[in-house]
Design a protein around this ligand. Structure first.
Ligand SMILES: [Zn+2]
Length: 371
């Protein structure tokens, strides 16, 4: 089984629920409604997906070795605090466990690796479901794991934010921008005709600016498709249009392009720029993965994705209320989220449960996630 550990996966919540008409809940500002619903998370439908959330809202983790622990633990806790500071309930916990126990129960634990000061990042989204075929594989990469770098020239150019992003993946959130609803068709495989990203939308997908574009993609060069029988080939051009091909080729476009419909689950049909949570901790800033130098406060990287107006996507300030709502939706309501619970009851629509907009489908493309 191919398990890809590329680096980006998205989440988009679609808000827009109407608040109750009761006076105390009279909304007032459209902004209030933004708290509601737009998310792109692991598909927990047993007939479609192979992932599940962490039981009891608890991630049990360990580090590969002491060196990794020394380099990462303090930043990891700070990354979790970023979530807490914007409203993630205290019942969401990350508990470090004994390394031996962690190895013993590897299907139900998160192993954290340090890729050094210049390595990559990647995180398995959620846990493989108990009855998932995943658990039959001998591939050690299929176990939940998180790879972290202490680099400040990648992703959001900030260790704590990068870690917060990876923590979001570990809980089960995918990249906001990989929601198929936002991508155009027919040129983009898995795209659903959205008006945000893709060649049909004013060239705001700059695949050619990816750091590994020159190496992986040369127009006219034929690239073997590792997933198909000999002779079935795919042109380099398709590597910028098909998430599965890109991932299977270890091309970073696999972290941007929309994922196959059964992999993730979104609870909105919103397909336009207004439906995207542009501030999400789970969306890539324009420079992420682009050619060019970057350091904190000085981002010279070429843009990869632009917003629907053609403007750069800024580095996230931290998880948004939509990110928090995605967590609560995936894990159920929590006692600490009283205020939001009331809002939800008032809103009505949001309490309808987790809707699947994706029909049953075949196949799966791994589904780790990275920055
Ligand atoms: Zn990511």
């Amino acid at each position: 089984m191919k398990v890809s550990f590329a680096c980006l996966v998205g989440a988009a919540l679609n808000a827009g629920f109407a608040l109750a008409s009761g006076r105390s809940w009279q909304p007032a500002k459209p902004a209030t409604a933004a708290v509601g619903k737009r998310s792109y998370v692991i598909n927990t439908d047993r007939t479609e997906g192979d992932r599940m959330p962490w039981p009891n809202r608890k991630i049990r983790y360990c580090y590969e070795n002491d060196e990794a622990q020394d380099a990462l633990e303090t930043i990891l806790r700070a990354g979790l605090d970023i979530w807490r500071n914007v409203g993630l309930g205290s019942e969401f916990t990350m508990v470090q466990i004994d390394r031996d126990e962690c190895r013993e129960k590897r299907w139900d634990t998160l192993m954290i690796y340090w890729s050094g000061d210049n390595g990559g990042m990647a995180t398995f989204a959620g846990l493989p479901r108990e009855d998932s075929p995943y658990r039959e594989t001998k591939n050690p990469e299929a176990r939940a794991r998180m790879i972290l770098t202490t680099s400040t020239s990648m992703g959001m150019l900030d260790q704590q934010k990068n870690f917060a992003h990876e923590i979001g993946h570990a809980w089960g959130l995918y990249h906001e921008h990989q929601n198929p609803a936002f991508w155009s068709k027919p040129s983009i495989v898995n795209g659903r005709g959205g008006t945000v990203f893709g060649p049909e939308n004013d060239g705001n997908w700059r695949c050619e600016n990816l750091k590994d574009y020159e190496v992986k993609v040369h127009r006219g060069l034929i690239v073997q498709n590792p997933g198909k029988p000999a002779g079935d080939r795919v042109t380099g051009d398709l590597l910028c249009k098909d998430q599965v091909y890109a991932s299977n080729s270890d091309f970073s476009a696999g972290d941007y392009l929309p994922m196959p419909k059964d992999v993730g689950s979104a609870d909105t049909e919103g397909m336009d720029g207004e439906s995207v949570d542009w501030g999400s901790i789970m969306i890539y800033p324009s420079g992420a993965g682009g050619r060019g130098d970057a350091s904190p406060g000085n981002d010279q990287r070429l843009p990869i994705l632009l917003d629907h107006n053609g403007d750069p996507i800024k580095i996230s300030e931290g998880p948004t209320q939509r990110d928090i709502a995605a967590m609560h939706k995936l894990y159920g309501r929590s006692k600490s989220a009283v205020t939001k619970d009331l809002l939800q009851k008032a809103g009505g629509k949001v309490t309808e449960g987790f809707k699947k907009i994706y029909p049953k489908s075949q196949g799966n493309s791994g589904g780790s996630a990275c920055l």
